[in-house]
Design a protein around this ligand. Structure first.
Ligand SMILES: C[S@@+](CC[C@H](N)C(=O)[O-])C[C@H]1O[C@@H](n2cnc3c(N)ncnc32)[C@H](O)[C@@H]1O
Length: 230
């Protein structure tokens, strides 16, 4: 092989490597948008400006970064995770996008480290099935402690179905068990969305009357929550 051929062969190999590196992450992000419907989920949270929201098990910040512009400078997003690695990438995004209303919180398995009554809304997406079963209720109880009276807890997790492509069937939690976790933690299930292809989407409410002027959905002052099937 002459020098010129070796050069083009090397260029070809580098191009192929880059393509293989990029395509899976591109398709994952695109694919997630299709089944996660993040804009529709956000719309159904009805987050008011000024809301204090905890993204519990925030991972790389998929929802944290979407919450930040909605809450605005008068609100706050707590990006909570046990994984230092995940929080590192959230911190990088916060710095890059100059987000001043996101606070990163390194939590422990059943302790969010959030102050009591600091949240209007808590949000979980695809976290509980990742945890040992025995830790789930203690973590939710800790989140309830961190919620203000009348606060909301949104819970999204995989449906327990064989066709879920992301986790083994044995890891998935039946919807009834997710509901039970919320009610055992002292919350009331008050709404549910059915349109997510792979996920259950529940809304719970902490007893008590909300204090302050924030308008949360379904408390008589805010907008309702869709109950669509499909
Ligand atoms: C599948 S990822 C989901 C990340 C993000 N919520 C999303 O929708 O992209 C699950 C995340 O939950 C976190 N996690 C697992 N157990 C946790 C716990 N006990 N407390 C807080 N985060 C936890 C993991 O570290 C991981 O980042």
């Amino acid at each position: 092989m002459n020098k010129q051929n070796r050069y083009w062969r090397a260029v070809h190999l580098i191009a192929l490597t880059v393509a293989f590196e990029l395509v899976p992450s591109w398709s994952w992000a695109e694919d997630r948008k299709l089944w996660q419907q993040p804009e529709r989920v956000l719309a159904d949270l009805h987050l008011p400006v000024g809301v204090q929201i905890g993204d519990i098990g925030c991972g790389g910040g998929y929802f944290t970064l979407r919450f930040a512009p909605i809450t605005g400078p008068s609100g706050k997003v707590f990006a909570v995770d046990v994984s230092a690695e995940s929080l590192k990438s959230v911190r990088e995004r916060i710095q890059r996008d100059r987000l001043e209303n996101v606070e990163v919180v390194q939590s422990a398995a059943t302790d969010t480290k959030l102050p009591a009554a600091s949240l209007d809304v808590a949000f979980f997406c695809d976290v509980l099935h990742e945890m040992p079963a025995a830790d789930r209720l203690p973590l939710i109880c800790d989140v309830v402690r961190a919620l203000k009276p009348g606060g909301l807890l949104f819970l999204i997790d995989w449906r327990k179905r064989h066709e879920i492509p992301f986790d083994p069937y044995e890891k998935l939690i039946p919807r009834e068990d997710l509901v039970q976790l919320g009610t055992d933690a002292g919350l009331a299930l008050d709404a549910e969305c059915h349109y997510l292809k792979y996920q259950v989407f529940l809304r719970f409410r902490k007893p008590g009357s909300p204090t302050g002027r924030l308008r949360l959905p379904g408390n008589g002052t805010g907008r309702g929550f869709y109950r669509q099937r499909g």
